[in-house]
Design a protein around this ligand. Sequence first.
Ligand code: DAT
Ligand code: MG
Length: 140
Amino acid sequence: HDVERTLVLVKPDGVRRGLSGEVLRRIEAKGYTLAAVELKQATTELLAAHYAEHEGKPFYAPLVEFMLSGPTLAVVAEGQGVIPGFRSLAGATNPTEAAPGTIRGDLGRDWGLKVQQNLVHGSDSPESAAREIGLWFPGL
Ligand code: DAT
Ligand code: MG
């Protein structure tokens, strides 16, 4: 794998529950480095761009509403294979299905129908990572 960068978000549920440090600890313990960390309140415009691929899906509006509900910790993590590597650390999208040992498997659970409250986001490809880092950290 090449040395690459990915965008990680500790979503508002993770920040509210005091899990920001735990997520950063797991990224660093794996051997990835932190290139940028910033607590940010997302805006509707930022989320519309970030989640453009999901526009029109049934969970889009509740997802955006949830992402506006409090601050998000935005992180750029760097390392060989960090894009798929962080997705492995995060686990499956639905925390109930995420394997133990993963962030979502260890720390997340099913909050009713709100699958979107799954603690973290991680870019899914080099193209997504470049696009998302540009949105959350313009000028980086
Ligand atoms: P991931 O975050 O694992 O990359 P995704 O990109 O498919 O998953 O979806 C983005 C977010 O949208 C996801 O973290 C939670 C929410 N989401 C996805 N599928 C959902 C569903 N079926 N019901 C509710 N929320 C969903
Ligand atoms: Mg995704």
